[in-house]
Design a protein around this ligand. Structure first.
Ligand code: CUA
Length: 157
């Protein structure tokens, strides 16, 4: 039984290693890398491109920079940080997020949006928002003393 147990462990580690190092499997980042110290080098994460952008009739992109302890969704044009975004019901929305420091979570409670945001990677997920209401975007990876302060709201109207 000891040999069976040890063999199973080795087999699982080999499968994990094959996926991680050979196939490059990584949670929702599709292998796209980014320098956490300089996320603005990627056009999507330049300050003026953060937050909600409409790209077509019913298509939107939301670019988010997470850092301890806030989500940067850009500003409203008057110098106020955006903490609430409104998206029309039935829209297809591509969420793209990066972190400038530690691992954060990005969960829009009540929807299918639930990602880890890891240093060095762009996490992205496309969803169709078909349910109206106000949803809370929260960090669901413990990231430090201000973890509970990381939130914003997404309203589907
Ligand atoms: Cu960011 Cu918890």
């Amino acid at each position: 039984w000891l040999i069976f147990g040890g063999g199973a462990l080795v087999l699982f580690l080999l499968i994990l290693g094959f996926g991680a190092f050979y196939l490059g499997t990584h949670p929702q980042s599709h292998g796209v890398t980014i320098d956490p110290e300089n996320v603005e080098a990627n056009e999507a994460f330049e300050r003026e491109n953060l937050g909600l952008t409409q790209v077509d009739d019913d298509r939107y992109i939301v670019n988010i920079v997470a850092s301890t302890f806030s989500y940067d969704l850009g500003d409203d044009g008057e110098g106020n940080a955006v903490s609430h975004i409104e998206i029309p019901k039935g829209s297809t929305v591509l969420f793209q997020a990066v972190t400038t420091d530690v691992i954060h979570g990005l969960n829009i409670a009540g929807t299918n949006v639930n990602m880890m945001v890891e240093p060095g990677y762009i996490s992205s997920l496309e969803v169709e928002l078909n349910q109206t209401g106000e949803f809370t975007l929260v960090c669901n990876e413990y990231c430090g003393v201000g973890h509970h302060m990381m939130f914003a709201t997404v309203e589907v109207v």
